[in-house]
Design a protein around this ligand. Structure first.
Ligand code: 6A9
Length: 840
């Protein structure tokens, strides 16, 4: 055995997958499901893109620019990656069903773009089916006003006003970079669109033979009557420019926009601006392309149908192409749109619209929230970068190049894996985050349980043999280019809240409540059965690795005890980043939010175990753990401050800390330098940390307080105080009475969870209030009142801000409700849909 072991190469356990049957290989995710889900708007970080859910995908991307505006090149104003810096007035999916239909509205300056994605499988279509993307370009109201003014001015001078134009660029690639080749047609590099052309064809390993067509759309969109669907004349007379390129790898794809920009600049220099900006450039066109781009320049308004057809030689191909373009595409899209609306009304019926909120507006933002969550689901393939714990044996995988000087031998790659996940923010962090996903899946679970199981399956397959799942998933080159180096590394000792237990519990409960032999129930049971061994290892990882020094306590491991430059060392692991904790990280620390999460995890395990058919002994063990961890007695002992009635963290803490400037020693003659460092004015002491905010609410949020308890009454009381957490826009994260309220953590690190209103924890609080309002007890009434008021406040502000800013946001200011942080942020802010329909 010993000699055998010597032969097996060492791989650190931190980057070794858990040995358990893979979730993704469950029967329900087999070929028919894969076929259904192959294509989607899974390139979350772009304004619009599609890809296949395969390791080496077929890819579609879209860019646009104003070809008549010289500023386009100077300001690099080609739109491609969703970016806040582009300052679009608004963009987002207003309808998206997660599988086969979506409509996105994009308002960019004077231009209004509507992008509809319609997937369609019919007799004769190949693997993954056919699809169409309809892009309609129009002027916004402001754009029209400008146009009218220009017209009037031109008429006065006796000339014709120039029509506004927009260039769309579609690119399509086969990411088998070495072996793939696309056939471009027609071969000449410029032409008019006319009645339509076959742009491209190819043969892909997964999809088989395919062809891509571009046709003018109907002149009148949004209407399904055939009379109004004559061909868009401006589209038919639009100019088409072709560019074929041969990329070496995905890295070049990431630089595509830069390449396009270069081409535009060179052409502008060579040909002048008079004829508009052109992408086409003979110098960069390459033979045997594996990526092809098409620039379509048209007068606005115009409308285009891009149609992808599988098995193009098959005898149904012409029919399928016709069905996905022109008037029949309009009909199909209209059908899908009303199916969505009907299903939405059934799934998320909006009840009890608060008095001061407009019902129609609330309905619209609810749909947009769900649609954006589904439309932001991405498919990523790659490996996380992991920092092994100090003292680990250095490791380099067989066949890897020798370490570069300066390279950290403890930084290694996780195994390559695929992740299908919702993403919190397309513009700022279009990738997966572990605890965000627990909230996202609460919505998806109700809309499309199987889709939700699929996403959770991908996440659980990312578990290593110790039970750890990396918190932030930066997978693949496209994802990596968007992350600064200091955020790249994942630490195998760092946790993130086990919020996935929330949707897992919802799956278990819905299976337990339904007819036993319903196919959904059987699928859920099989799913939870498969998940069970993973969930046991996961639970155990939290229960052991995040255990506090004292038995029965929990703490987020990994805070920086040596930090001198932060007012309060951050706790990124908790998800609440800069929320104040004990000022001096120490082993004695205990965190009440994690304690409550563990109580939730325990009771969810018991419930899941029951549905999964786990041994009664195991179920009993988790039920007992839930009792013990969540007991009032334990909470009182560990986290309760009797004087204030507040639940608190415990640790080595001093309130008397401040940031002060100090001179940094510099070599003689050099310019003086200052830095901001922390000064501790009174030594820290072991104590309950005196601050009130979201963390204090966790025993309430997780419904650990008995309905008749005095503590419940106190929390409800505390909750409503305006000098503490209550605001007319929702609950703020930290009370202004806290010494760290709205304080910067370093010179540049602005307050984040130090007062702002966040929707995920408002949702959990509402859920608890709803629970207590329907449970008999002395506080039932107070809970019901708080529930109704908090819900009304949240909905009014979220709907109002969406209406006035065009986006859902990451957080909201506690003083005026104004939106803050990244946008669009349609991760957990999308919980607004559940709040509106009172789905808890
Ligand atoms: C920044 C910026 C171009 C922070 O929603 C994701 C997470 C939450 O899980 C967490 O609870 N957000 C919250 O406190 C956003 C984290 C973004 C980090 C990456 C990189 C790139 O700039």
């Amino acid at each position: 055995y010993a000699s055998y072991k010597a032969l097996v190469p060492y791989v650190p356990p931190e980057i070794t997958p858990l040995k358990a049957p893979r979730m993704k290989e469950l029967q329900e995710f087999g070929s028919s499901y894969q076929n259904n889900m192959l294509w989607g708007s899974y390139r979350s970080g772009l304004y619009f893109g599609m890809r296949t859910r395969t390791a080496r995908p077929l890819l579609l991307g879209m860019m646009w620019f104003d070809p008549t505006d010289a500023a386009t090149v100077h300001q690099e104003a080609i739109r491609h990656e969703a970016q806040q810096g582009d300052k679009l007035s608004s963009y987002g999916w207003v309808r998206h069903d997660g599988r086969s239909y979506g409509r996105q509205e994009i308002a960019d300056g004077d231009f209004q773009l509507t992008v509809q994605m319609v997937k369609h499988r019919s007799e004769g279509s190949g693997y993954g089916g056919d699809w169409a993307v309809r892009v309609s370009v129009a002027l916004t109201a402001a754009g029209r006003a400008k146009q009218d003014a220009a017209k009037a001015a031109a008429e006065a001078e006796g000339r014709k006003a120039a029509k506004r134009k927009l260039s769309l660029v579609f690119y399509f690639a086969d990411a088998h970079w070495r072996s793939s080749e696309l056939e471009m047609w027609p071969e000449q590099q410029q032409s008019k669109l006319g009645e339509g052309v076959q742009l491209l064809s190819g043969d892909n390993e997964d999809v088989g033979p395919w062809a891509l067509h571009l046709r003018p759309g109907p002149s009148q969109t949004g209407s399904s009557s055939s009379s109004s669907s004559s061909m868009s004349k401006s589209a038919a007379s639009s100019k088409l420019q072709f560019l074929g390129m041969r990329l070496q790898d995905g890295q070049q794809l990431v630089q595509l926009k830069q390449l396009m920009l270069q081409a535009l600049v060179q052409n502008a220099q060579r040909l002048g601006f008079e004829n508009g900006l052109k992408l086409w450039l003979p110098d960069i066109a390459q033979p045997r392309p594996n990526l092809a781009a098409f620039q379509v320049t048209a007068a606005v308004p115009s409308c285009f149908d891009l149609v992808f057809v599988t098995q193009p030689e098959g005898n149904s191909a012409a029919q399928r192409l016709a069905a996905l373009s022109g008037a029949s595409l309009s009909r199909l899209a209209a059908e899908r749109e009303s199916l969505f609306d009907e299903r939405f009304a059934l799934t998320f019926p909006i009840s009890n619209t608060p008095e001061d909120t407009d019902a129609a507006a609330l309905q619209e933002v609810s749909k947009a929230a769900l649609s954006n969550l589904l439309g932001s689901m991405g498919f990523f393939v790659g490996a996380s970068k992991v920092k092994l714990p100090p003292g680990s044996k250095p490791y380099s995988p067989p066949g890897s190049p020798p370490p570069q000087p300066g390279q950290d031998p403890l930084v290694v790659d996780y195994w390559r894996e695929a992740l299908f996940t919702a993403t919190p923010s397309r513009s700022f962090f279009p990738r997966g985050f572990l605890w965000d996903e627990g909230f996202h899946q609460l919505l998806v679970q109700r809309w499309d349980p199987q889709l939700s199981r699929d996403a959770i399956a991908h996440w659980l397959d990312l578990m290593n043999c110790q039970g750890w799942i990396p918190r932030e998933q930066i997978l693949g080159k496209e994802a990596r280019t968007r992350v600064p180096a200091e955020f790249m590394l994942q630490h195998p000792s760092h946790a993130n809240p086990p919020s996935l237990y929330l949707p897992l519990l919802a799956h278990a409960l819905s299976a337990a409540a339904a007819e036993p032999d319903h196919p959904e129930v059987l699928a859920t049971q099989a799913f939870l059965k498969r998940a069970w061994p993973r969930l046991e290892v996961w639970y155990n990882w939290f229960n052991t690795s995040q255990a506090g020094q004292q038995l029965g306590t929990y703490m987020w491991k990994g805070r920086d005890a040596a930090s001198q430059t932060e007012l309060n060392p951050k706790t990124l692991m908790s998800g609440l980043d800069d929320y104040p904790r004990a000022s001096h990280p120490s082993p004695e620390e205990r965190h009440v939010d994690l304690h409550a999460w563990m109580a939730l995890a325990s009771s969810a395990m018991a419930e899941i175990g029951r549905v999964a058919g786990a041994p009664a002994k195991a179920v009993a063990k988790y039920a007992a753990a839930a009792e013990a961890i969540g007991s009032m007695q334990r909470l009182r002992e560990l986290h309760y401050d009797a004087a204030s009635g507040q639940f608190r963290d415990y640790g080595l803490h001093s309130e008397a800390v401040e940031m002060v400037w100090r001179n940094v020693p510099v070599p003689e003659g050099a310019a003086p330098k200052r830095e901001l460092v922390r000064q501790v004015n009174e030594p820290p002491q072991l104590q309950l940390v005196p601050c009130f905010g979201y963390v204090s609410l966790f025993p309430l949020m997780m419904q650990l307080l008995p309905p008749e308890s005095r503590e419940l009454g106190q929390q409800l009381q505390l909750l409503r105080q305006e000098q503490l957490l209550w605001t007319s826009h929702g609950l703020r994260s930290l009370a202004p009475t806290s010494s760290i309220y709205k304080k910067y953590n370093t010179e540049h690190d602005a307050p984040y969870w130090r007062g702002q209103i966040w929707i995920n924890l408002n949702y959990l609080t509402l859920r608890a209030l709803k629970h207590y309002s329907s449970t008999a007890g002395p506080h039932q009434e107070a809970a019901a009142q708080a529930y109704a008021d908090l819900r009304a406040n949240l909905l009014r502000n979220l709907a109002g801000q969406y209406h006035s800013t065009g986006y859902l946001w990451e957080q909201y200011d506690d003083t005026d409700g104004r939106p803050k942080g990244s946008h669009p942020f349609t991760g957990w802010t999308a919980l607004l849909t559940l709040i509106a329909s009172e789905a808890f």
